[in-house]
Design a protein around this ligand. Structure first.
Ligand code: HEC
Length: 79
Protein backbone atom coordinates (compact mmCIF):
# COMPACT_ATOMS: atom_id res chain seq x y z
CA UNK A 1 0.00 0.00 0.00
CA UNK A 2 2.72 2.45 0.93
CA UNK A 3 4.72 1.51 -2.12
CA UNK A 4 1.82 2.32 -4.42
CA UNK A 5 1.78 5.91 -3.20
CA UNK A 6 5.47 6.27 -2.41
CA UNK A 7 6.15 8.92 -5.02
CA UNK A 8 3.04 10.96 -4.27
CA UNK A 9 1.95 12.81 -1.19
CA UNK A 10 0.62 10.36 1.39
CA UNK A 11 -3.15 10.00 1.30
CA UNK A 12 -5.07 11.55 4.19
CA UNK A 13 -6.33 9.11 6.82
CA UNK A 14 -4.39 6.26 5.15
CA UNK A 15 -5.52 3.53 7.54
CA UNK A 16 -9.23 4.09 6.91
CA UNK A 17 -11.13 1.52 4.86
CA UNK A 18 -12.06 4.23 2.35
CA UNK A 19 -8.42 5.10 1.74
CA UNK A 20 -7.56 1.43 1.25
CA UNK A 21 -10.32 0.88 -1.31
CA UNK A 22 -9.43 4.15 -3.02
CA UNK A 23 -5.73 3.31 -3.26
CA UNK A 24 -6.46 -0.21 -4.50
CA UNK A 25 -9.12 0.69 -7.08
CA UNK A 26 -7.92 4.10 -8.19
CA UNK A 27 -4.18 3.56 -7.95
CA UNK A 28 -3.86 0.67 -10.38
CA UNK A 29 -3.57 2.63 -13.64
CA UNK A 30 -2.14 5.89 -12.29
CA UNK A 31 -1.27 7.08 -8.81
CA UNK A 32 -4.18 7.60 -6.43
CA UNK A 33 -4.51 11.37 -6.72
CA UNK A 34 -4.66 13.60 -3.64
CA UNK A 35 -8.37 13.93 -2.70
CA UNK A 36 -7.77 17.63 -1.96
CA UNK A 37 -7.11 18.31 -5.65
CA UNK A 38 -10.80 18.34 -6.56
CA UNK A 39 -14.19 19.29 -5.19
CA UNK A 40 -16.76 16.62 -4.31
CA UNK A 41 -18.71 17.37 -7.52
CA UNK A 42 -15.56 16.98 -9.61
CA UNK A 43 -14.77 13.66 -7.95
CA UNK A 44 -18.19 12.32 -8.79
CA UNK A 45 -17.59 13.12 -12.44
CA UNK A 46 -14.11 11.63 -12.42
CA UNK A 47 -15.19 8.41 -10.74
CA UNK A 48 -17.94 7.98 -13.36
CA UNK A 49 -15.50 8.76 -16.17
CA UNK A 50 -13.20 6.02 -14.92
CA UNK A 51 -15.84 3.37 -15.70
CA UNK A 52 -14.97 4.02 -19.31
CA UNK A 53 -11.27 3.51 -18.61
CA UNK A 54 -12.02 0.29 -16.74
CA UNK A 55 -14.13 -1.00 -19.64
CA UNK A 56 -11.35 -0.10 -22.05
CA UNK A 57 -9.03 -2.38 -20.09
CA UNK A 58 -11.58 -5.15 -19.86
CA UNK A 59 -12.27 -4.56 -16.16
CA UNK A 60 -15.81 -4.82 -14.79
CA UNK A 61 -17.46 -1.63 -13.46
CA UNK A 62 -16.69 -0.76 -9.84
CA UNK A 63 -18.78 -2.70 -7.33
CA UNK A 64 -21.46 -0.52 -5.74
CA UNK A 65 -19.93 -0.87 -2.29
CA UNK A 66 -16.49 0.11 -3.53
CA UNK A 67 -17.88 3.07 -5.46
CA UNK A 68 -19.68 4.29 -2.36
CA UNK A 69 -16.60 3.83 -0.16
CA UNK A 70 -14.42 5.68 -2.66
CA UNK A 71 -16.85 8.59 -3.06
CA UNK A 72 -17.38 8.89 0.69
CA UNK A 73 -13.64 8.98 1.18
CA UNK A 74 -13.02 11.50 -1.61
CA UNK A 75 -15.86 13.78 -0.48
CA UNK A 76 -14.61 13.72 3.11
CA UNK A 77 -11.16 14.93 2.02
CA UNK A 78 -12.03 16.93 -1.11
CA UNK A 79 -10.80 20.46 -1.70
C1 HEC B 1 -8.40 1.01 -15.81
C2 HEC B 1 -7.44 2.05 -15.50
C3 HEC B 1 -7.91 3.17 -14.58
C4 HEC B 1 -8.49 3.05 -13.36
C5 HEC B 1 -8.84 1.76 -12.60
C6 HEC B 1 -8.72 4.39 -12.88
N1 HEC B 1 -8.27 5.29 -13.78
FE1 HEC B 1 -8.30 7.32 -13.59
N2 HEC B 1 -7.49 7.51 -15.46
C7 HEC B 1 -7.14 6.48 -16.30
C8 HEC B 1 -6.64 7.01 -17.55
C9 HEC B 1 -6.14 6.18 -18.73
C10 HEC B 1 -6.70 8.42 -17.43
C11 HEC B 1 -6.28 9.47 -18.49
C12 HEC B 1 -7.36 9.63 -19.52
C13 HEC B 1 -8.55 10.35 -19.01
O1 HEC B 1 -8.40 11.36 -18.28
O2 HEC B 1 -9.68 9.91 -19.30
C14 HEC B 1 -7.23 8.70 -16.10
C15 HEC B 1 -7.43 9.97 -15.59
C16 HEC B 1 -7.92 10.26 -14.32
C17 HEC B 1 -8.09 11.59 -13.79
C18 HEC B 1 -7.81 12.88 -14.52
C19 HEC B 1 -6.39 13.32 -14.31
C20 HEC B 1 -6.13 14.62 -14.99
O3 HEC B 1 -4.96 15.00 -15.00
O4 HEC B 1 -7.05 15.24 -15.53
C21 HEC B 1 -8.58 11.45 -12.54
C22 HEC B 1 -8.92 12.56 -11.54
C23 HEC B 1 -8.74 10.04 -12.29
N3 HEC B 1 -8.30 9.32 -13.38
C24 HEC B 1 -9.26 9.52 -11.13
C25 HEC B 1 -9.51 8.15 -10.93
C26 HEC B 1 -10.27 7.63 -9.81
C27 HEC B 1 -10.88 8.45 -8.71
C28 HEC B 1 -10.30 6.28 -9.96
C29 HEC B 1 -11.00 5.26 -9.09
C30 HEC B 1 -12.45 5.33 -9.07
C31 HEC B 1 -9.56 5.96 -11.19
N4 HEC B 1 -9.11 7.13 -11.74
C32 HEC B 1 -9.33 4.69 -11.67
C33 HEC B 1 -7.22 5.14 -16.01
C34 HEC B 1 -7.78 4.59 -14.86
Amino acid sequence: MLLATACARPLPDPESPGAQVYAAQCGMCHRAYDPGLMTPAMWEIQVSRMDEQRARRGLPPLADGDRRAILDYLRAHAG
